[in-house]
Design a protein around this ligand. Structure first.
Ligand SMILES: Nc1ncnc2c1ncn2[C@@H]1O[C@H](COP(=O)(O)OP(=O)(O)OP(=O)(O)O)[C@@H](O)[C@H]1O
Length: 804
């Protein structure tokens, strides 16, 4: 790390000595690209490597030496018992097997945890988005390590006390216990020294956080669930209750078996069965409340989250939508939020439940039979290792699967929403093939997922079967030697199954949490995104020009679409729309006419130059005011899938609108007559994007919608699509009526519109080629406008955009 102070020779520097030239020891963890967590800003060159001679490595070596020496003594040095006898006839004061089992368990647990700790500590530096999750895991890991070391030390002390109190003192045996005690003490001290490790890394993080933007962390994720804390708290109470019943059930199960085997009376069995039934009922009730409360909290979180994301999306500037696919955004609303919902509520509840289940079951197992539990504990680390490996593989596959599924979803959405175009070109096969290609990719990953699931299940099954067989054999032996009752063995096996299942579930939960971190990154990206052009009143955009009379000045405007930065669309465009004037923009297709209207509507801001409303710059005008005083009728207006009435009143802020007002604007827009012909009149549903209406009808409704706003400035983009003569006449009439007593900028495609304009501006290749009235422009000898009109008269077509 560049910013690391080389003179810092503090103790903890030895723990994590980050130097660029060292061989990276944990590269398998850090370097492998993690699709969920990968942050584009991360400078991979800066990934630190760890010193070979650090405290964690010394601890690893110590643990290994301890295990090796104990195992060797057990195998060869300790000859008073055979190895099997040492297990079968286990006693705390004369067996060595327990020391070997504890040391192997400690070795496995510590090696895994130490590696995890280092990995997370470094990942945390390079993934500030998930800092809190990593911090949580880091602290959790440290606590587990300390717990493992202190348990081992406590066991060593207890064992030594018992051995010293025992009658027959074997020197070799005693020294083995001493060895174990010495190692355990050193390791315990080593683990305590690990704590400065945390503060040292905090320092590095502070340095790093000055250069990296903080976006997502677990705390922020949790704030989403903050208002549900009552539900979550109550849910946790019921969770504790249901977990407690889970821990009690196997105990009574074993008791019933033992009572039944006593062949005395059924009284004891009856009582135990009744108690078991009662406990089961209480457990079921607690589970009901736990599941309901967590589920409800989750639903409420996702409800709010979806609303916030939707609001964030709709507030973005128009350019954002030029660049982002709709399918991608809807995917964030549906599937990313779902992933988060599960992680925040159901998974947290499951995590707590399984951890409690494991700890509780293990505690009871130790209480029931120490040696049997120790035998089992040797199998557990192997299961954890397998589960961890599986978690890593599956996490990557799931992320890929999710991405491919989103891509397939986008293809499907585009094809379905454009089904008419698909039908016109008979492209059903083509879009089906596209979708098939996408699906094929998801299927490919799905196959791998299925295989890894099956392999994992198989392996876990095999390990569990092995573990159960060993425990069963040893348990049966204890039963046979009358050291254990059959009922206790049955209870023990049930506890064992509970532990195994809980471990399996924890592994998959880890994958889910990682997926949630990925989803939250995408969601917070969106929630945090500040629109470049605000749609709300802000301090910078708060002017409401009450004196506005329709006067607009476009001064030296240059513009390039952000999505096509290599093509300048408008070059130094200047003109003025005076109050009450009708200004027509004409010119060849693609010249930039609609772009000018979009800039006046402030869909985009010019790269240079200004647009003034009276004397106020458009960029300082309150967007709310702008939307109510400037209306825009598009070439192909889109309607919403609701009634005609709702479509006409769409832009209105007030709700007290009367039918008469709606009818009045509909009449002006030549829409009233056809609406009246529909059975449900103004309540007729228009279908998705207005598909149940003709093109001309849609345009007239859009004109009525704009007129209802009684805008001071009307922007009109005349339709180029051919309408039948009658329909065109009605639309034209509506447009002309809409222009009366209003300032209008019309993107004209028809000669009849241009003739009546006060000013005609010819736009060609993004610049103003000519401007003047229809007559003055026609009088120009070699003018573009004249050419356009003449050619139009020759073709007998009224549309002047057809001529270039
Ligand atoms: N959202 C956009 N992103 C990128 N480029 C765009 C976008 N909209 C339009 N353009 C490009 O800007 C240029 C001007 O387009 P504009 O729609 O303003 O032309 P126009 O004169 O209104 O054409 P028409 O009469 O056909 O509607 C064209 O080259 C077009 O491809």
């Amino acid at each position: 790390m560049n910013s690391h102070d080389p003179n810092d020779d503090s103790d903890d520097a030895a723990i994590l000595d980050i130097t660029a030239d060292e061989q990276p020891l944990i590269t398998n963890h850090i370097d492998e690209p993690n699709p969920v967590l990968s942050t584009p800003n991360v400078d991979t060159v800066l990934v630190p490597s760890l010193s070979r001679y650090r405290l964690t490595n010394i601890l690893r070596i110590l643990l290994f030496i301890e295990f090796l020496s104990l195992a060797i003594i057990w195998f060869i040095g300790y000859s008073t018992h055979s190895l099997v006898d040492d297990i079968i006839h286990y006693t705390l004061t004369s067996s060595i097997f327990d020391l070997v089992a504890v040391s192997v368990l400690k070795l496995a647990v510590s090696v895994i945890l130490l590696t995890e700790l280092e990995t997370f500590v470094i990942k945390r530096l390079y993934h500030p988005d998930a800092r809190l999750l990593f911090t949580f895991i880091r602290y959790f890991t440290t606590v587990l390590l300390l717990l493992s070391a202190s348990c081992s030390l406590a066991f060593a002390i207890v064992k030594l006390i018992f051995v010293l109190r025992g009658s027959s003192l074997n020197t070799l045996y005693l020294s083995t216990v001493y060895i174990f005690l010495v190692f355990s003490t050193i390791e315990f001290i080593g683990m305590i020294l690990m704590i400065p490790y945390l503060s040292r890394l905090k320092l590095l993080e502070q340095e790093r956080s000055t250069v990296t933007k903080k976006k997502v962390d677990l705390k922020r994720l949790m704030t989403l669930a903050k208002s549900e804390r009552l539900f979550i708290f109550l849910g946790t109470v019921f969770l504790l209750a249901s977990s407690a019943t889970q821990i009690v059930i196997p105990y009574y199960f074993g008791k019933i078996v033992d009572d039944a085997l006593k062949f005395q009376s059924m009284r004891l069995v009856n009582i135990s069965v009744l108690i078991l039934f009662g406990v089961n009922c209480a457990g079921a009730l607690a589970s009901f409340f736990r599941s309901w409360l967590f589920g409800l909290a989750g639903q409420r979180v996702v409800f709010r989250l979806r609303q916030n994301i939707f609001d964030a999306i709709t507030k973005q500037e128009v350019a954002f939508f030029d660049d982002t696919r709709t399918g991608e955004l809807t995917n964030r609303l549906s599937s990313d939020t779902q992933v988060l919902q599960n992680a925040l509520t159901v998974n947290i509840s499951m995590l707590l439940r399984f951890v409690l289940q494991i700890l509780g079951s293990l505690a009871v197992m130790f209480y029931l039979e120490v040696t049997l539990t120790l035998v089992l504990m040797v199998v557990v680390p192997i299961i954890v290792l397998v589960a961890r490996q599986y978690g890593t593989i599956v996490q990557k596959l799931r992320k890929k699967f999710q991405d491919e599924l989103a891509a397939a979803g986008t293809t499907a959405e585009e094809s379905i929403s454009n089904i008419r175009t698909v039908r016109i070109f008979g492209a059903e096969k083509k879009v089906s093939n596209q979708y098939y290609e996408n699906l094929l990719k998801t299927y490919g990953i799905g196959k791998k997922l299925a295989l890894s699931d099956a392999t994992f299940m198989g392996l876990i099954g095999l390990l569990t079967a092995g573990g159960i067989s060993v425990v069963l054999w040893y348990g049966a032996k204890l039963v046979h030697d009358q050291k254990l009752t059959a009922g206790l063995l049955a209870s023990f096996l049930m506890y064992m199954l509970q532990v195994a299942i809980a471990f399996g579930m924890l592994a998959s939960l880890f994958g889910d949490f990682m997926q949630a971190v990925g989803a939250s990154e995408r969601i917070f990206d969106l929630l945090d995104r500040k629109p470049k052009i605000t749609s709300e009143t802000t301090a910078d955009c708060s002017i409401r020009p009450t004196d506005f009379d329709g006067n607009v000045k476009v001064q030296n405007v240059c513009f390039t679409y952000p999505t096509r930065s290599d093509q300048q669309v408008l070059r130094d465009v200047s003109f003025e729309i005076k109050s009450g004037q009708k200004v027509a923009l004409v010119g060849p297709s693609g010249g930039g006419k609609s772009t000018i209207a979009s800039l006046i509507e402030r869909f985009y801001d010019p790269d240079s130059g200004t647009i003034l409303f009276n004397s106020h710059p458009l960029t300082s005008i309150d967007p709310e005011w702008l939307r109510t005083n400037v209306s825009f009728v598009n070439q192909e207006p889109s309607l919403f899938a609701c009634s005609i009435r709702d479509n006409i009143t769409f832009g209105l802020r007030r709700t007290d609108i009367s039918l008469e007002e709606i009818q009045s604007v509909a009449k002006q827009a030549n829409a009233h007559d056809f609406i009246e012909e529909f059975e449900n009149k103004y309540d007729t549903l228009v279908g998705e994007r207005g598909v149940r209406l003709s093109g001309g009808q849609r345009q007239r409704i859009a004109i009525a919608r704009a007129l209802l706003m009684s805008p001071k400035l009307l922007l009109l983009d005349e339709a180029t699509s051919a309408l039948d003569a009658e329909s065109e006449h009605l639309v034209q009439e509506a447009i002309e009526r809409a222009m009366i007593n209003r300032t209008v900028l019309v993107i004209a495609h028809r000669l009849s519109t241009v003739r009546n304009a006060d000013l005609v501006i010819v736009i060609e290749h993004g610049t103003i080629a000519e401007q003047g009235t229809h007559d003055t422009l026609l009088a120009k000898d070699d003018g573009i406008y004249k050419k356009l009109v003449l050619r139009q008269l020759m073709t007998g077509n009224d549309s002047i955009t057809l001529i270039e």
